[in-house]
Structure formats: structure tokens, C-alpha cells
Design a protein around this ligand. Structure first.
Ligand code: BES
Ligand code: ZN
Length: 391
């Protein structure tokens, strides 16, 4: 595989001695603008992530690529602002009744339950059976919300290089089906202490998946029919270099898909700073990020401040690299965040055993959904949803 990583970080990382240590295979082959392109064996990825985590309290970032050309392209995209994406559509706020209708269905208790269930898998690693079990479990949950709707489908998205699939739910757009709105988070978890240790990943990123799951449930419960096609995604293999989202974003680019906006929720349940939300400013689209702030001001009143990861820290970067506009509202103002991630202590208890903070991101996700994908509410679909839940 090929990776891109900050050159200074690569050269300073701790080297281990076991057969699968990253340092056995990693070799930098090029360097531009402080970024290194290196070759590495796939078996070294986990120890690279772990070494990175130990060295940088802020966590470390690298991205994997299957060819050198792809790695070069990723460096270009990062270094050349002219190539960064702009909005593909005008973002407007004019769908307030649909926003309000869906918001009325949001239940914080559901978010709590989903985090509890996801974090009860021993781990959700990209290369472990329990990581696959978690994907199947989520597919079943999402499918239950779409029963009876011919415009809703749920599928596992297989990846050739590892066993954990991504999970994708699609709501076909009623009037603008070729314009796609994505809401995503990552399904996998990791414990940087070693691959056999517990990785509950309650905050990273069961919280984001749970926030999105409640956006989806509330929308379908309200009888929401989007104008644009909506895809809700739980990405596999984020923790080992954004591998799942990278394949998916690439496939959208190859297919010529018109993705008009991507919201990434990665870590939503730990209130880390005075402000409610950190708006990630790197590897995101400035216009869509501003629009996310407009949504907060218009509908929710939660406080926010700009923040940067400083590296390709989550799946929004995979979309960004394919020149699709992304936004990432985050649980705190970076570097204020839950520092128990990537350990056995990333549990619900660490966030006070409630989902209050994550619920803010669900409500923000609802406003994003209804204002970017537009559309209407169907009272009869809402009635049918309620009748199914009652059975
Ligand atoms: N959720 C984290 C990213 C994160 C951590 C954002 C802390 C903001 C604050 C994500 O799951 C992660 O751990 N990413 C990796 C990078 C990836 C490319 C391997 C990381 O940060 O080490
Ligand atoms: Zn994460």
C-alpha cells in the first residue's frame, strides 16, 4: 500500500520490534510541502496507527492509497487550494416546516441505546469478526426503519481488502434523484494498545453513528421524502487510514455522481469545550461549513468555534480529496476532545452515561438533511411508520 503522512511525524515515530511493525516495511519515497509519500505492507498499518497515537496526543493521521499516483494526487489536493471543492448547489434555508416536523420526532434515549449497543461489541475492528457482526447489526436496525418504503434500501458495501463492510442506506430522491446528499460516520473502532484489547469506541465513533441513526429514524418516523437522494453511511476501516470512505468516495467520483454535500459525524458525545461544537476547517468545504453555522444560528442556537485537526483526521477528508464538499461538526474545539478514545475507556460512562451532547448533533443533522436534501413530509407515511412500530 501507499500512505501519505506528515514527513516529520513519519521520521520521528517509535519503531517496534515485532514482525508486523510498521517500520519493517515503511519506506518514504517522496516528500512535498511537508508531506511524505511512503510504501508500507498492509500488516504494518495497525502498528503505525498505534505508534502515531502514542507519539501525538492529538492522534496521528495518515491516509492509505492503492497506487503511487493516487498518493501523489492526495498530496496535490491538499497543497493546492485552487483544487479544493466549491459548492455544487446553492445552500439555502427555506424548509423550516420540514425541519420542525422531523425535530419533533428526535428522542435522545434512542441515541443512548444505540451507543450502548454498538459499544457492547468487544470491538468493531475492520479485520475482526465482531467488526463484521457490528455491520450486520446496524444493517438490520436501519432496515427496520425502512420497512414498507419502496424508496428506502439498505446494503452492505463490501471492501476487497478486509472483512468489515461499510453500511449504506439510500432514500431515493423524489424529484432530484441525481443529486446526492451524504451523512456519514465510521463504524469501526480501535484500541491503540493492541489488536486483542477491548475497543468499545463509544465516542469514537458509536456516537456519530448513533446521532445519524436517530436523524434517520426521526426523518422516516415523520414521513420525510427528500427531493434529493440521501445516503446515510457507516464507513468501515476509518481507523486504519480512512480506507472504507476512500473507496466509497472514489467510486462516487468514478461513477460521476453529483454529491452536493457530505456531513461527517465522528465523535459527538463528549462535551469537551465551552462551545458546543467545533467546526473543522481543514479538509472541509468553506461554503458548506459556513452553511452548517447558518443552520445552527437559524434553528438551534448551539455555540460553536472554528477548529482544525491539522491532518486528514476523519472520513470527511476522503470526500474532500475527491473534490466533494464536506463539513464536520465535532464534539469540541480541537484540541479539546475526549482523550480516552482508542482505549478500553472509550465508554458511555466517560460521557456521563447519557447522550445529551450527541443529541445536539442529531438535531444539527436533521437541519442539514431537510435543508440540503430538501423535500416534504407525508402524513400518511408517518402514520404507517407509527403503525409498524406499534406492532
Ligand atoms: N475520531 C478520530 C479523529 C479525531 C480524533 C478527530 C481526535 C479529532 C480529535 C478518528 O477516528 C481517528 O482516530 N483518526 C485517525 C486518523 C486516521 C487517518 C487513521 C487518527 O486521528 O489517528
Ligand atoms: Zn473516529
Amino acid at each position: 500500500l501507499w500512505i501519505t503522512i506528515e514527513a516529520a511525524e513519519l521520521s520521528s515515530l517509535e519503531r517496534g520490534s515485532d514482525a508486523n511493525d510498521w517500520s519493517r516495511s515503511a519506506q518514504a519515497v517522496a516528500q512535498r510541502g511537508g508531506l511524505a509519500i511512503a510504501r508500507i505492507l498492509e500488516s504494518g498499518l495497525e502498528s503505525l496507527a498505534a505508534a502515531h497515537h502514542r507519539a501525538y496526543r492529538r492522534c496521528g493521521g495518515f491516509m492509505t492509497h492503492s497506487t503511487r499516483a493516487e498518493a501523489e494526487q492526495a498530496v496535490d489536493a491538499f497543497l493546492n487550494p485552487a483544487r479544493r471543492p466549491g459548492p455544487r448547489v446553492d445552500y439555502t434555508i427555506d424548509n423550516g416546516s420540514v425541519v420542525a416536523g422531523i425535530l419533533g420526532h428526535v428522542k435522545t434515549g434512542n441515541i443512548y441505546t444505540t451507543i450502548a449497543q454498538l459499544s457492547s461489541f468487544p470491538n468493531r475492528r475492520y479485520n475482526q469478526p465482531s467488526g463484521v457482526d457490528a455491520a450486520n447489526w446496524l444493517k438490520t436496525l436501519w432496515s427496520s426503519y425502512g420497512v414498507g418504503r419502496s424508496d428506502v434500501s439498505v446494503a452492505l458495501y463490501p471492501h476487497a481488502g478486509w472483512i468489515q463492510p461499510s453500511v449504506v442506506l439510500t432514500i431515493q430522491g423524489a424529484t432530484l434523484p441525481n443529486e446526492v446528499v451524504v451523512l456519514g460516520g465510521h463504524l469501526d473502532s480501535i484500541n491503540s494498545g493492541g489488536s486483542t484489547l477491548a475497543a468499545p469506541g463509544a465516542d469514537d465513533d458509536a456516537s456519530g453513528i448513533a446521532s445519524l441513526t436517530e436523524v434517520l429514524r426521526a426523518a422516516l418516523s415523520a414521513g420525510y421524502r427528500p427531493a434529493r437522494t440521501v445516503k446515510v453511511m457507516a464507513y468501515a476501516a476509518e481507523e486504519v487510514g480512512l480506507r472504507g470512505s476512500k473507496e466509497i468516495a472514489q467510486a462516487h467520483r468514478t461513477a460521476g455522481a453529483n454529491v452536493v454535500g457530505v456531513m461527517q459525524l465522528d465523535m459527538t458525545n463528549y462535551k469537551a469545550s465551552t462551545e458546543d461544537i467545533g467546526m473543522i476547517t481543514d479538509n472541509t468545504d468553506p461554503a458548506l461549513t459556513q452553511f452548517t453555522k447558518d443552520l445552527l444560528n437559524e434553528y438551534l442556537g448551539y455555540t460553536y468555534a472554528n477548529a482544525a485537526c491539522g491532518y486528514a483526521c476523519s472520513d470527511h477528508a476522503a470526500w474532500f480529496q475527491q473534490s466533494y464538499p464536506s463539513t464536520m461538526p465535532f464534539e469540541g474545539v480541537y484540541p479539546q476532545y475526549n482523550h480516552q478514545i482508542h482505549s478500553a475507556n472509550d465508554t458511555l460512562a466517560q460521557s456521563g452515561n447519557n447522550a445529551t451532547h450527541a443529541a445536539k448533533f442529531t438535531r444539527l443533522g436533521v437541519t442539514f438533511l431537510a435543508e440540503v436534501a430538501k423535500g416534504t413530509l407525508s402524513p400518511s407515511l408517518a402514520t404507517e411508520f407509527a403503525a409498524r412500530q406499534a406492532r
